[in-house]
Design a protein. Sequence first.
Length: 172
Amino acid sequence: MLYWEEEPYGDTCAQIQNTMSRNAFEFIRRYIHFEDNARGKDRRHKDFDPLFKIRHVLTKVMRGIQKGWIAGRRVTVDESMIKYMGKAISFVQYMPLKPIKHGIKVFALCCAYTAYLLNFEVYLGKEYSKDGGSAVNVIDRLIVEADLHTQRGRIAFTDNWYTSVDLANIYM
């Protein structure tokens, strides 16, 4: 189903419906790419990245987010789910006990005071993780990539591993 059609979940997008025709949307969807498909590696290759078509865009968005805010003294790391019921991607997670049962899992580093997103990482599954998807390694990557490991007095809160830990003591 596409944006201008009535979807079974009631998720129509009036902004797109009122902005462009179906043919214009199909043209954009078909011909606009962010990455050259010839540069992608085969799925069986050890360096295959399921997000290679949008990795550049995700990186730019993340850098823009990080420039927009200075984190407070307390930060938090948690997982979120983006609802997705399709079958086009292989890293959809199913968590029956969560409010969103099917979706794309994203680890998010946020300022604990304002809930501003400082960094994020899409979970692609154990088979695509260099470290097996360990929560400790994900948290370390998020903190280091957001450049929060160099300042003293910052505290990270999570529901997995670090609980009220001074980040400077870990990384110094």
